[in-house]
Design a protein around this ligand. Structure first.
Ligand code: ADP
Ligand code: TRP
Length: 321
């Protein structure tokens, strides 16, 4: 089984990104042939700053490897290094109905949120379809927000197959992680860079502690019982501590006599310990300046070896060869 996904390089990783996007992918390693691309061409639709783009791609690559992406077994590459994505995209655009693109909610959302309505942003789902179809992917793990893009990918593959013969492109299945909870931020809203309420996973110890201590709580006095349900502290602690420890914290909430500051300290320690092996790996990666480039170059080579024959097959099917 071939499992493929893409991640937009968008800067510093926070706990929400980790549990919502990174961990589900890492957990699939070993269950099939895993392909993970850094979608840098997609990033261009919303970031027009060369230095920032370079920096984001590098940070994303380092952080993913530090988190446990295993480049021995997982093909890990930059989308822009494999020209087949864009080549296939062009063919796909020629069968994609305008109406299909006009229904894309992600595009409308982005424009409503202030991104400029450029053609790249509009045709973004067709490039994503090419990302997937070029690899004959079986399974594509993505978040809920990408469900429509996966449906479109299948629609486009069907169009190609209707026009040029069954089997020209393989229809992929989406694996939507419905069970992945929305991780709350410091202010209990969804953790997001745009809300400034994040806990970043590779923060320095002092800064991390300060962030965790900054979780917004009510003014229940230390002695009084507290409600663990809906508490951001407990909800975050659940991600890092074994169930028995979570239960203990909940019991102590209800019993009273322990202040929020104490619980936050316990949460901080759990977060800090959880990411310790990843910090170590990150330091190792940073100590070898060429390592990341080598991994991505090797990944691109392996990716190309899969994408090239597929795109050839499509070129022949449509009559370009
Ligand atoms: P941000 O909202 O911080 O800008 P992105 O939109 O770049 O984050 O999200 C990148 C990935 O991380 C997406 O797959 C998204 O679903 C996931 N993600 C982001 N924030 C959270 C969160 N608070 N809880 C769960 N998943 C999240
Ligand atoms: N559009 C996806 C996102 O924003 C990223 C992406 C690009 C992707 N190409 C892909 C995801 C191919 C899955 C498969 O999250």
């Amino acid at each position: 089984m071939r499992i493929l996904t893409g991640i937009q390089p968008s800067g510093i990783l926070h706990i929400g990104n980790y549990f919502g996007a990174i961990k589900p992918i890492l957990d699939l390693q070993g269950q099939g042939e895993v392909f993970v691309m850094l979608a840098d061409l997609h990033a261009l639709t919303s970031l027009q700053n060369a230095e920032a783009l370079r920096e984001n791609v590098r940070t994303a690559a380092i952080d993913l490897l530090a988190c446990g992406l295993d480049p021995e077994h997982t093909t890990f590459w930059r989308q822009s290094e494999v020209a087949e994505h864009v080549e296939l995209m062009w063919i796909l655009t020629t069968v994609t109905p305008m109406g299909l693109m006009e229904r894309m909610v992600a595009y409308k959302d982005k424009v409503q949120n202030g991104l400029s309505a450029n053609v790249g942003l509009f045709t973004y789902p067709i490039l994503q379809a090419a990302d997937i179809l070029a690899y004959d992917a079986d399974l594509v793990p993505v978040g809920r927000d990408q469900k429509q893009h996966l449906e479109v990918t299948r629609d486009i593959a069907v169009k190609i197959n209707e026009a040029y013969g069954e089997g020209t492109l393989k229809l992929p299945d989406a694996k939507i992680s419905e069970d992945v909870a929305v991780v709350p931020g410091l202010d209990a809203r969804k953790m997001s860079k745009s809300y400034g309420n994040t806990i970043d996973i590779f923060m320095e110890e002092k800064a991390l502690r300060k962030r965790v201590m900054g979780i917004v709580t009510d003014s229940t006095p230390l002695e009084a019982p507290k409600d663990p349900d809906g508490s951001t502290i407990v909800d975050l602690y659940r991600l890092f501590a074994p169930p028995a420890e979570v239960q203990r914290m909940k019991d102590e909430f209800r019993a009273g006599g322990v202040g929020y500051g104490h619980f936050k300290q316990r949460l901080f320690e759990a977060v800090w310990d959880y990411y310790a092996p990843m910090r170590t790996r990150r330091d190792q990666i940073l100590s070898k300046p060429r390592y990341v480039d080598e991994v991505l170059a090797e990944g691109a080579r392996r990716a190309r070896a899969v994408a090239q024959p597929t795109v050839e097959r499509v070129w022949r099917a449509v009559g370009l060869r």
